[in-house]
Ligand binder design. Structure first.
Ligand code: 5GP
Ligand code: MN
Length: 367
């Protein structure tokens, strides 16, 4: 039997680059994507704990939009700068940091109102003398070139949190502690649906084994994330499944939409709608699921939205060899992974749904 040691997934070139970035930086700002999920939170908070363990003292975590209640218990979350509530502080921190680290994020457009400042930091890092001022740790199929030195980008990795772990591990400076382990474990767990998909790689479990040696309670973490819904959210799930789910049997597809009135009625915040898209996949012979929710067009998208003051935020999920990222990219200005993508549509959610039905034939497989 082969003994399990973690392979050096991150190239030595990337490791050297990251080490250089971190060594030279006094102030560091870590930012992750808007509507942060467990992996966005876990990778960015875990990165901060790693940097603190290296003796860095000026390390800030920025979240573009508020995180969901079911992630608010995560260690370090209370220190996060929330750009919606503290726009000036967030902007100044991001602008002035010696080093910006993006985790679970590789595109400046995915940070809501911070997009302009982050785009400037991306731009600046293109200059040779500032090349060590940006580090990206991500697992999305991103639009930035894979050969870019700033990027530790591995789309075959199940989570950005795993990459943060690997970075710490490969650096030889990993001091495992419970806070770091809790963050990384949460990210790995949420991006794999509690290790039910994207979780065939044996090394993932070697990492989990190492994390568990810190004494963290994985069942308690599961409970906090998955068994902590409010009554409104559970009723909303029931409403979606009973009243709002449309099935297209010939395409093995399900579609759920929520308009502003319905969202208001169930008092739902964006985090409360996380995961609804996965529910229809429990149905036998349903391989595609689409969830659309209406939202106001935020100020930073006004120009892009033209006349529309309302938009639909869309989540796509699929199973097996059925890509949804092409549909997300070509029709709904989005992108993502083969089986989990997202996009948006400027207009009402019903119009977005009509658009989806119109293009279904071109993008969904019938077998
Ligand atoms: P979710 O449905 O959970 O919001 O997003 C699932 C995945 O789709 C994300 O991890 C991300 O890769 C991708 N995604 C979601 N929204 C967008 C978007 O507006 N643009 C792009 N490029 N990708 C998105
Ligand atoms: Mn992720």
């Amino acid at each position: 039997m082969k003994s399990m040691i973690l392979s050096d997934k991150i190239s030595s070139l990337q490791m050297d680059f990251a080490a250089h970035c971190i060594k030279d930086a006094e102030s560091i700002a870590i930012i992750t994507h808007q509507n942060p999920d467990g992996d966005a939170m876990g990778s960015s908070l875990g990165m901060r704990y790693f940097l603190l363990s290296l003796g860095k003292t000026n390390v800030a975590n920025i979240v573009p939009t508020l995180y969901a209640d079911f992630l608010s218990w995560m260690p370090g979350a209370e220190h996060m700068i929330q750009a919606e509530q503290q726009p000036e502080l967030a902007e100044r921190t991001l602008r002035e940091a010696d080093l910006v680290i993006c985790t679970d994020l590789a595109e400046a457009t995915r940070v809501a109102s911070m997009s302009g400042v982050l785009a400037e930091r991306f731009e600046r890092a293109q200059q040779e003398e500032h090349k060590y001022s940006l580090l990206i740790i991500d697992h999305h199929l991103s639009s930035v070139s894979a050969s870019c030195p700033h990027q530790i980008a591995y789309p075959d990795s199940a989570s950005a949190s795993e990459l943060v772990f690997r970075l710490a591990y490969q650096s030889g400076k990993l001091a495992l502690n419970a806070d770091f382990a809790t963050c990384i474990y949460t990210g790995m767990m949420t991006d794999t649906g509690n290790f039910s998909y994207n979780s065939c790689q044996p090394e993932m479990y070697s990492i989990v084994a190492m994390l568990l040696t810190t004494g963290i309670n994985k069942d308690a973490i599961y409970d906090k994330v998955f068994n902590s819904y409010g009554v409104d959210r559970v009723r909303l799930m029931g409403y979606c499944l009973y009243h709002k789910m449309r099935i297209f049997p010939e395409y093995h597809a399900a579609l759920i939409t929520l308009n502003r009135r319905e969202i208001y009625r169930f008092n739902a915040k964006s985090g409360d709608m996380e995961g609804i898209v996965n529910l229809p996949l429990q149905i036998k012979d349903i391989y595609y699921s689409v969830f659309m929710r209406e939202d106001k067009v935020p100020p930073h998208q006004k120009q892009e939205a033209g006349n529309a003051n309302i938009k639909a935020k869309i989540s796509f999920r699929s199973q097996g060899d059925r890509p949804v990222n092409i549909l997300a990219r070509e029709v709904f200005h989005g992108g993502g992974h083969m089986n989990a993508s997202g996009g948006e549509f400027f207009g009402k959610v019903d119009q977005a749904a009509a658009k989806f039905q119109e293009v279904m034939r071109d993008y969904l497989l019938t077998e």
